[in-house]
Design a protein around this ligand. Structure first.
Ligand code: AMP
Ligand code: MG
Length: 523
């Protein structure tokens, strides 16, 4: 395939004003790599598409006008029923390790890339029909899983956790066969890049060195340009790239663990090269804290259990390292690049957890007698997590109640800074255990100012996370053609640290039936 001849828009060419229709960069970055990377094909039309929800925040990021997003052209383009001028839809090929086993060739089996906007944002339709990489699948996504992906992408972004984002959710009466007959939906998802670890594994496994190098060079130049001039790791750009990906992945995992997010399918084809959360399937935010929780009903071995995620990410990075080895051309440098994960993950996780407790990570040690981070983690975080696990305490509610306790102290302006822990004692069976922990916690809290602690906690402890039962309630309404709850929940999840009194129930304890929800890979 020869490269299409067309104008290339530099990011700066487009003023930061909204566009009435997407302006596509031609060719897109993936397209420019050549035909070994993808297959051109249009989306498969969707019967009688209708809007379910859109995200104004994503539209703004993409510089799309509200008017365009509200119009019929957008509905047709984002349903896959019309191809916008300048867009050349395609599906990309990748491979990967699934559940620890080499799965060979995979690819965009139900996602179609419409193109890349002038400012470098890739736009995909997920559930837009079969592609050459669909294998046995039908290329569709059902309403239920599309609502979950749409809401969670935006929820993660609002939590400050890197993620692919969602622009629109479109429904259709078109039937889709799963365990029962369901209906189809299409999510428009967007990201600076949809490249996965599996893209690199694909070309490495086939010994396609030129393509592997072209892919790495493109990703480095576009997303990791600092790796070109880095003097670390013998100045090897590919080793520095692997190290940068390892560090981003480490920080992402620290955020997942701190917020209680379980991804569920951490196969290497579901790992973003930009360190984004990608491919929302059977994910779950923990209700009661259970370190070994398995959210994916198909994961009988618990490979992707909550507390195994950091280790699995490291395993996945090894697969990426293996794929990049021909480019790095030095085994020691490759291992050294991966080694950074082991420092960055624990440090980032400790910092996240201490912030949830209102304890600033970088308070100048010695000036106020602040104990070092490592010591505080061992003293405060480990015993707390043990206590939460032993007592099956609701993870999110524990931290919001703790935040409230510290905030009330600040509001009350009491100089002794003794929080009222009663609302927390109420939710922990082992009160003596909690009191012992709270005593040590109060001592540590006294090193910092109440205002600073309250502020940190307010920003680190969301009241609203997309728990399974909340998603389920919205899904049931949507299945009965009531789409208002999707948009209402989106609004709440977009500001998850706020109170939202009208939706206080969504910040409450899950009902008993929440633990009976079973979600697996097929959706
Ligand atoms: P996942 O682990 O869910 O991200 O999916 C693994 C692979 O299966 C990817 O290559 C997907 O594109 C593909 N896939 C999943 N569901 C379908 C479907 N309904 N139709 C076609 N391909 C699918
Ligand atoms: Mg996937």
């Amino acid at each position: 395939m020869s490269k299409p001849l067309a104008q290339t828009f530099a990011s700066g060419d487009v003023a930061a004003q909204s566009c009435d229709t997407p302006v596509w960069r031609q060719p897109g970055r993936l397209e420019a790599l050549g035909s070994a990377f993808f297959t051109y094909l249009p989306p498969t039309p969707l019967a009688q598409p209708h809007w379910i929800a859109t995200s104004a925040g994503t539209a703004q990021w993409m510089q799309l006008s509200d008017a365009w997003l509200a119009g019929d052209e957008a509905l047709q383009v984002l349903a896959g029923n019309a191809v916008a001028a300048g867009s050349r839809p395609l599906a990309s090929v990748y491979s990967g390790h699934q559940f620890g086993v080499w799965a060979g060739q995979l690819g965009d089996g139900r996602a179609i890339l419409l193109g890349e906007t002038a400012s470098g944002i890739e736009v995909q339709l997920k559930g837009a029909g079969r592609t050459p990489y669909s294998r046995m699948g039908d290329g569709r996504a059902v309403l239920r899983s599309s609502i979950r992906e749409f809401l969670c992408s935006e929820a993660m972004h609002a939590l400050g956790i890197p993620s692919t984002r969602a622009l629109a959710l479109i429904g259709s009466p078109q039937p889709v066969q799963r365990e029962t007959m369901e209906t189809a939906a299409v999510v428009t998802r967007v990201a600076a890049s949809f490249i996965r670890f599996g893209h690199f594994e694909h070309f490495a496994a086939r010994d396609m060195q030129a393509e592997l190098k072209a892919l790495a060079d493109m990703v480095i130049d576009e997303h990791y340009p600092e790796c070109r001039s880095a003097e670390t790791l013998a100045g090897n750009a590919y080793a520095n790239f692997l190290q940068a990906v390892s560090e981003r992945t480490a920080r992402l995992l620290a955020q997942w663990q701190a917020v209680g997010f379980c991804h569920g399918v951490m196969n290497t084809d579901n790992m973003s090269i930009l360190g984004l959360t990608i491919d929302y399937g059977p994910f779950q935010f923990l209700d009661a804290f259970d370190p070994g929780h398995i959210c994916n009903h198909s994961d009988s071995q618990g490979r992707y259990a909550f507390n195994r995620q950091p280790q699995i990410a490291y395993w996945n990075l090894f697969c990426l390292g293996q794929a990049l080895l021909p480019l790095i051309a030095d085994e020691e440098l490759t291992l050294a690049a991966l080694e950074s994960y082991k420092q960055v993950f624990p440090a980032a996780y400790a910092a996240q957890m201490l912030r949830k407790l209102g304890l600033p990570e970088d308070a100048p040690d010695g000036t106020s007698g602040t104990p070092p981070t490592e010591g505080r983690f061992a003293l405060l975080v480990n015993p707390l997590l043990q206590l939460l696990a032993d007592n099956r305490v609701d993870y999110t509610i524990f931290f919001t109640r703790l935040t409230e306790a510290v905030q009330q102290m600040q509001d009350g302006g009491q100089p002794d800074f003794e929080p009222n822990f009663e609302p927390l004692r109420d939710i922990i069976l082992d009160r003596a255990g909690f009191d012992a922990w709270a005593l040590i916690y109060s001592e540590h809290l006294a090193y910092t100012s109440p205002a600073l602690a309250a502020d940190l906690m307010q920003k680190s402890n969301p009241r609203f996370v997309l728990r399974n039962h909340l998603g389920e309630a919205v899904i049931r309404a949507a299945q009965a053609d009531d789409f208002a709850p999707v948009q209402q929940m989106l609004a709440v999840l977009q500001t998850p640290f706020d109170a939202h009194p009208a939706h206080a129930a969504w910040a409450g304890f899950p009902p008993d039936w929440a633990s009976t929800i079973e979600i697996s890979c097929s959706s």
